[in-house]
Design a protein around this ligand. Structure first.
Ligand code: C5P
Length: 215
């Protein structure tokens, strides 16, 4: 069984998808981490961002592993590095590149093959797994999402202003929504869940009930 969770940045997808996978005994796929690794590798190899083929080749050759919540690139734990603002600012180069998207969708399908999986991203219910029996579209107001991000950063010792986060978030929402292939949109058969005012465990319990009804 494939459970897809799509939605904008900061909607709480990663936390919720990880917890849901654990409760269901499913594998968890963090597809945002995949795009982040492509861009990190591109940056390390000083790729020409205008050269679609070069970044496409990096994506096809990517040696990526998920190990107990860590992301390993060429065997190195890059879980923290892929989430830096520098990588986030470059992410559109990977996400807008059709060769990269094709390679990532192929990788996602390979990783899910023969397994029960909770997968989260932007295009999981629409492009990667359109036949999934259980699709969710998780969202929250822009303000609430930005507040959560500020709190998350604070917990890792970084102080950022709400305005700054909101501005970057709006830009990323706009980039994600306007992408023609693999853009952020809800599948027609997705269940919409608005998470404003909900704690992660409440969202997980709600989703778990819905998944179990379909199992
Ligand atoms: O979810 P996360 O913030 O880690 O994703 C980083 C970026 O990767 C997103 O803003 C989006 O541009 C891109 N992405 C994507 N398709 C996915 C997952 C992420 O285009 N399935």
């Amino acid at each position: 069984m494939i459970v897809t969770i799509d939605g904008p940045a900061g909607a709480g997808k990663s936390t919720v998808a990880r917890m849901l996978a654990e409760r269901l005994g499913f594998d968890f796929l963090d597809t945002g981490a995949m795009y982040r690794c492509v861009v990190l590798q591109g940056s390390r190899q000083e790729v020409d961002w205008e050269d679609d083929d070069a970044l496409g080749a990096i994506a096809r050759e990517l040696q990526l592993k998920f190990d107990k919540g860590s992301v390993l690139l060429d065997g190195e734990d890059v879980s923290a590095e892929i989430r830096t603002p520098e990588v986030t600012a470059l992410i559109h180069h990977g996400a807008d590149n059709l060769q990269v998207r094709e390679a990532m969708v192929a990788l996602q399908r390979r990783l899910a093959d023969g397994k029960s999986v909770v997968t989260e991203g932007r295009d999981q219910g629409t492009v990667a797994f359109p036949d999934s029996q259980c699709k969710f579209f998780l969202s929250a107001s822009a303000e609430e999402r930005a507040k959560r991000r500020v709190e998350q950063m604070r917990q890792t010792g970084k102080e950022v202003s709400l305005d700054e986060v909101l501005q970057l978030q709006n830009r990323r929402d706009q980039q994600d929504e306007s992408r023609e292939v693999g853009g952020l949109r809800a599948a027609e058969d997705a269940l919409h869940v608005i998470t404003d005012g909900m704690r992660p465990f409440e969202v997980v319990e709600h989703l778990e009930r819905l998944v179990r009804m379909r199992m």
